[in-house]
Design a protein around this ligand. Sequence first.
Ligand SMILES: CC(C)(COP(=O)(O)OP(=O)(O)OC[C@H]1O[C@@H](n2cnc3c(N)ncnc32)[C@H](O)[C@@H]1OP(=O)(O)O)[C@@H](O)C(=O)NCCC(=O)NCCS
Length: 161
Amino acid sequence: MTLRMEEICEVRPPLSGELQSRADRTPWTEKRRQFIVYRGDDQVGFLSFDLGFEEGLVIYELFVGERHGRQGIGTAMLLEAEKIALSLGYAQLVLRPEVLNGRLSGEELTCFYLKREFRRSATYEGLLEKSLIDLDCSGEIRYGQSRRFCSHGLIERMERA
Ligand SMILES: CC(C)(COP(=O)(O)OP(=O)(O)OC[C@H]1O[C@@H](n2cnc3c(N)ncnc32)[C@H](O)[C@@H]1OP(=O)(O)O)[C@@H](O)C(=O)NCCC(=O)NCCS
């Protein structure tokens, strides 16, 4: 199974019904990057980020089409989000879990992120964060497991799945 991500801007390609309604709720701005995820010709996911926050790269929306759920796509999109964050110079991913439809409960959604190494922010209530780098005892930046995953990239990971 191969996934690919395509960035969309102000002028959007035709989107499938589910993804169109997500994109409609996420207006394009210069400070927001948005991606459509494809599996073959199928549009299976939507991912958007807000730039410019000192806490980290904000995942504004992570959405997988209903019939494509529970096949590892959301997890692969999070790993790709890490790669994007690092490439933009962010050391952390942050998000506020918010159920976008009735597919899973708030508790299940939070659990989805906690199982993927997000932690509750000590500073901002309700915020989850995932650090993408560590400082070792000499103060050197060490890229952790996240970086290792990222170097495989979305496509290779999905092929191995
Ligand atoms: C949250 C979401 C992105 C997960 O994507 P996904 O591709 O289904 O996730 P994966 O296949 O990588 O991982 C599956 C895990 O997600 C969680 N999950 C997904 N669907 C679930 C459901 N219907 N009920 C309970 N848990 C669910 C579980 O933790 C599951 O792990 P498990 O299969 O071992 O139980 C997807 O369910 C979604 O788009 N939901 C609607 C949009 C939304 O609320 N987004 C959150 C914005 S903050």
